[in-house]
Design a protein around this ligand. Structure first.
Ligand code: GDP
Length: 294
């Protein structure tokens, strides 16, 4: 995860080793190197500038008599600023409601169905009875995929393969959930390869009808700035509550993870880092910053 970025930041900090105090350090050149590393990682340019300006300001404002080495001090400043950039603290998912409804949105191939299965498994482990709902009315294979995942994690899957009305399917699923004592309903939806109006209309209609507890946007982190732009397009239309970043296991750069919160102003709630059902974590900005900084 983010190996390229970690290596470049490590290189930027190497120049600080052996320096006596922060005043001896060429703050400007170190900050420039950090900025270059972030931009190479596909971090949004404005975000990279904003965070490195802040790092510089913090570094120059330090008490020169402070006892820690400038290297450690700098890393601490960068770690704190990256943590803030990614939202500061974890934002929990709400599963309150009778039942709670979690609407899953995103492009085709982003990992929506896989995430739906993982989330169902996680909520089940927390002791709540979950229902997965297949609302991809275009790809019969998506229904089968959800059924396989449901079976794997031991969660019921609601589907109406002949019905082409996603709003109707979701509402029928809700009735089924109420009758069968399900506490959480996860609604997996259809995606397209790129943002298009019909897809947006459909997911917006689902949101309006269901009034979900949470609307999550799932995005492939490996797509960097495209992920950020897609998030913006979905948020403008859907006003979602949180982001799920997938495929972090294949993301060596980290641009989406570092930019999305600031650009879209919505928290990252989960990270997915593999195809296995266990490869899902609640997102903790501080842990991610520490990981990036090695
Ligand atoms: P959907 O079209 O949005 O429902 O996407 P899928 O859930 O079908 O996922 C598309 C592909 O990405 C599948 O082959 C998944 O196994 C794979 N996938 C999903 N999440 C991850 C992840 O976090 N890491 C990796 N490596 N693959 C993933």
């Amino acid at each position: 995860m983010f190996e390229n970025l970690s290596t470049k930041l490590d290189r930027a900090f190497k120049t600080l080793k052996g320096q006596g105090s922060i005043t001896d350090v060429n703050v400007a050149s170190t900050v420039k190197e950090i900025r270059r590393a972030l931009i190479d990682a596909d971090v949004n340019y404005k975000v990279a500038k904003q965070v490195t300006d802040k790092i510089k300001e913090e570094a120059l404002g330090q008490d020169v008599l402070i006892s820690v080495s400038p290297g450690q001090l700098f890393i601490k400043i960068v770690s704190d600023e990256l943590t803030k950039l990614m939202g500061g603290s974890a934002e929990p998912l709400s599963t309150e409601g009778s039942p709670a409804i979690i609407l899953i949105s995103g492009l085709q191939g982003s990992g929506k169905t896989t995430f739906s299965g993982k989330l169902a498994s996680l909520i089940k482990k927390q002791g709540k009875d979950v229902l997965l709902t297949a609302c991809d009315i275009y790809r019969p294979a998506a229904i089968d995929q959800l059924k396989v995942l449901g079976e794997q994690v031991g969660v019921d899957v609601y589907a109406e393969p002949e019905n082409k009305n996603a709003v109707e399917i979701a509402n029928n699923a809700l009735d089924y959930a109420k009758k069968n004592g399900k506490k959480v309903v996860i609604v997996d939806t259809a995606g397209r390869l790129a943002v298009d109006e019909q897809m947006m209309d459909e997911i917006a209609a689902l949101k309006k009808s269901l009034n979900p507890t949470e609307t999550l946007f799932v995005v492939d982190s490996m797509t960097g700035q495209d992920a950020v732009n897609t998030a913006k397009a979905f948020n403008d239309r859907l006003d979602f509550n949180g982001v799920v970043l997938t495929k972090l296991d294949g993301d060596t750069r980290g641009g989406a993870a570092l930019s999305i919160r600031t650009v879209v102003e919505k928290p990252i709630k989960f990270i997915s880092y593999g195809e296995k059902m266990e490869a899902l974590d609640v997102f903790h900005p501080d842990r991610m910053a520490q990981r990036i900084l090695g």
